[in-house]
Design a protein around this ligand. Structure first.
Ligand SMILES: C[S@@+](CC[C@H](N)C(=O)[O-])C[C@H]1O[C@@H](n2cnc3c(N)ncnc32)[C@H](O)[C@@H]1O
Length: 255
């Protein structure tokens, strides 16, 4: 199956109507589990230094890009395939006065032509949308300078056979999920080194449980995203059963 198109994203999973619900749950400027708290944790592990150039692949509303610029003094380039995401990110960066340190572009990361331009690549829960993983690894490898660093989280599957419900969910959204070991093998084959792959599924479970409580008990969140409660219950069940995993992977390219 080919990679998803901007239209597919903008009219389905990331329509403005759905994005309003995700943001109500994840928190302002974030469309990924744990919102700002997990972003701060993972950005801390990437540890961007002042003036470093960071590429945020699938930047969404720009929450992480803004944090890397504001808290670490990084110069961030955020790219995203979805027009809705980029339009919102541009507005949020303008409102935050971050245009000097964050640039944004609507672009498929597989079409990135950057060559040794970035000190670090950061990506949160994006690669699930990308089917051609070898091309993705090669594109990131080319974009990084020698000794450049990569950190990403993603949805992954396991050795277990996928349940019918999980298969349908993956199919409907056009996801392409790997097992954590497949990421390690693919990155190794593409020339990455120092690969650290952590299974953060237990953390994802705690995050989603907390978010479900918010959906159920916070009247504002419930009025916007109450119909996502069932989706969250299903996600929680799949993480508990072990079929849905959440790796956090770090790697480098050689000097
Ligand atoms: C779950 S959202 C995460 C957004 C953001 N990283 C965050 O943490 O808030 C996944 C993002 O990946 C983007 N995306 C999907 N396929 C992409 C591609 N081929 N190139 C760039 N971005 C892509 C989507 O448009 C969406 O914004």
């Amino acid at each position: 199956m080919p990679n998803v198109t901007p239209t597919f994203l903008d009219q389905h999973q990331y329509s403005y109507c759905e994005l309003e619900k995700y943001e109500a749950i994840y928190g302002e400027n974030f469309i990924s589990p744990g919102g700002m708290d997990t972003a701060l944790e993972f950005i801390g592990l990437l540890d961007p230094r002042s003036g470093e150039r960071v590429l945020d692949i699938g930047c969404g509303f720009g929450g992480s890009a803004l944090l890397m610029a504001r808290e670490y003094g990084a110069r961030v380039h955020g790219i995203d395939l979805s027009a809705n995401m980029v339009a919102t990110a541009v507005r949020r960066c303008y409102e935050a006065g971050a245009e000097g340190s964050v640039s944004l572009e609507q672009r498929d990361c597989l079409e990135l032509t950057a060559n040794a331009e970035f000190d670090a690549v950061y990506s949160r829960d994006v690669f699930l949308h990308i089917h051609d993983k070898p091309k993705l690894y090669n594109t990131i490898h080319r974009a990084l300078i020698p000794n450049g660093r990569l950190l990403f989280t993603d949805y992954a599957c396991s050795n277990r056979a996928k349940s019918a419900g999980f298969l349908e969910y993956v199919e409907q959204r056009g996801y392409h999920l790997l097992r954590i070991e497949q990421y390690v093998d693919g990155l190794t084959a593409a020339g990455f080194t120092d690969i650290i792959a952590e299974d953060r599924s237990a953390q994802l479970l705690r995050i989603h449980e907390r978010e479900l409580t918010t959906i159920e008990t916070d009247p504002t969140v419930n009025s916007i995203a109450g119909d996502f409660a069932e989706l969250w219950r299903t996600k929680i069940a799949r993480i508990r059963s072990g079929e849905h995993r959440w790796p956090m992977i770090r790697a480098k390219i050689p000097a």
